[in-house]
Design a protein around this ligand. Structure first.
Ligand SMILES: [Zn+2]
Length: 72
C-alpha cells in the first residue's frame, strides 16, 4: 500500500513538472509571437512589430484603415 502511495506521488510530481513546462512554453510563445491584428485577427508580422511596436493591425489592414481615414 505504501508503495502504491509512493508511486502515485511520483506520478503526481512528474505530471506537475510536465504541466509546468507546457505552461511556461505556452506563456513564452504567446508573449513573443502572437500579437494579432485588430481587424483580420492574423498574427502581426514580427518585422513590422520590431519597427512599429505599438502596431495594432497588420500592414494590409493598417494601410486600409489609413486609406479609410483619408477618405472620410
Ligand atoms: Zn489585418
Amino acid at each position: 500500500m505504501a508503495d502504491e502511495i509512493d508511486l502515485a506521488q511520483q506520478h503526481e510530481e512528474l505530471f506537475r513538472e510536465l504541466a509546468l513546462r507546457v505552461a511556461r512554453r505556452h506563456s513564452r510563445s504567446s508573449s513573443s509571437e502572437a500579437r494579432r491584428c485588430l481587424d483580420c485577427d492574423e498574427p502581426i508580422d514580427a518585422g513590422r512589430l520590431a519597427l512599429v511596436p505599438w502596431a495594432t493591425r497588420c500592414l494590409d489592414c493598417q494601410l486600409e484603415a489609413e486609406a479609410r481615414k483619408r477618405r472620410a
